[in-house]
Design a protein around this ligand. Structure first.
Ligand code: SF4
Length: 352
């Protein structure tokens, strides 16, 4: 494991109104390593997109950063805290050092501007001339298997899959070290979804880009990610390599997510019981305790810390602070899931 390219420390956010402050993210720490695909996974409302926006300093009111840092290592080895630098400096680093693929590619492109205008504007803003900007845009489109004819089209002339590719191509035009991709396959059919995931892996493999991939789909993560960070109710529940999380998952929430992936045709989906709490109703103690089949008295008292329980494998759960209660490991489902994904995921066996 190399040194982190991005160190997220103690990020807390809140919804701040005139009469109330509602905590959303609580003290999130995460290391992201150079050249990896790290999957940020969890149910809707778990805080994945809020964490991405916080890291990129893109939170919009009433979402407010309460504390935290996001240290990005630049090519010269210098570290910059994205949450402490000026807006001008942040603008220079965006696209060039860290890029964002937002949710909903259908809606992020301006409908009245050509793809060429939208892709080259940002490059011109970063000091390239027209010829250089055009060359970069064409090369980026080629990387995602789109012809440069697309440059003269308007967004409404492209399919959903093509629009998603254009957004991905725009993110790689400046060859940033880190890309944050927020649900890049949502609303796409399964064939296009697979192609998009293959293109993200190709970008990582050919350009060495680090990718933070946000998804609620554990099956997608099993196929693509090197490591997985599981979020629940504004906190990280578990972080580890895809192999260790799927084969030796520690947190009961992670185990529930994995168990809910159907393995066979016609199999009934074993959904997690209950619903994830909204920030207005976070319970005291471990936020998963009302749904947890292993909850103990200690679980409703205080938030468990995210601690290392195995090499490179962290979990926030009291079960592992009281080892007599530790859960048995069930290996079968994970192996089936990962084998099903073979061909897409080629690096999982090597990650630790
Ligand atoms: Fe379940 Fe307690 Fe672990 Fe929370 S801390 S996941 S309630 S066992």
């Amino acid at each position: 494991m190399t040194t982190p390219i991005l160190r997220v420390r103690d990020i807390s956010t809140a919804l701040v109104g005139r009469k109330s402050v509602i905590q959303v993210l609580t003290s999130v720490d995460l290391d992201v390593f150079r050249g990896e695909i790290i999957g940020l996974v969890g149910e809707s409302g778990s805080g994945k997109s809020t964490l991405a926006a916080a890291i990129l300093n893109l939170l919009q009111p009433p979402q407010t950063l309460q504390s935290g840092s996001a240290f990005l290592t630049l090519p010269n080895g210098e570290e910059k805290d994205l949450l402490a630098i000026s807006e001008g400096e942040l603008r220079r680093l965006r696209w060039q050092n860290i890029a964002y693929i937002p949710q909903g590619s259908m809606n992020v492109l301006n409908p009245v501007l050509t793809i060429k205008r939208q892709m080259t504007d940002m490059l011109l803003h970063h000091g390239l001339n027209h010829a250089q900007a055009l060359e970069r845009a064409q090369a980026a489109l080629q990387m995602v298997n789109l012809s440069s004819n697309v440059l003269n089209r308007y967004p409404h002339e492209l399919s959903g899959g093509m629009l998603q590719r254009v957004v991905i191509a725009t993110a790689v035009t400046m060859n940033p070290a880190v890309i944050v991709a927020d649900e890049p396959t949502t609303a796409l059919d399964v064939v296009t979804q697979r192609l998009i995931l293959q293109e993200l892996m190709k970008i990582r493999d050919t350009l060495g880009t680090t990718i933070i991939l946000i998804s609620h789909d554990m099956g997608v993560m099993a196929q693509v990610a090197d490591r997985i960070a599981v979020m629940y109710a504004g906190r990280l529940a578990e972080v580890g390599s895809v192999i260790s999380v799927f084969e030796e998952g520690l947190h009961p929430y992670t185990k529930g997510l994995i168990a809910s992936i159907p393995q066979h045709h016609n199999e009934r989906v074993r959904a997690l019981p209950g619903e994830a709490p909204t920030p207005w109703h976070y319970p005291q103690g471990c936020r998963f305790h009302p749904r947890c089949p292993h909850a103990m008295a200690a679980c409703s008292q205080a938030l468990p810390e995210l601690l290392v329980h195995a090499p490179q494998h962290l979990a926030a759960c009291y079960l592992y602070e009281y080892p007599d209660n530790a859960l048995e490991i069930n290996r079968t489902p994970a192996q089936v899931i990962i084998q099903n994904g073979k061909g897409l995921h080629e690096r999982s066996a090597n990650c630790s």
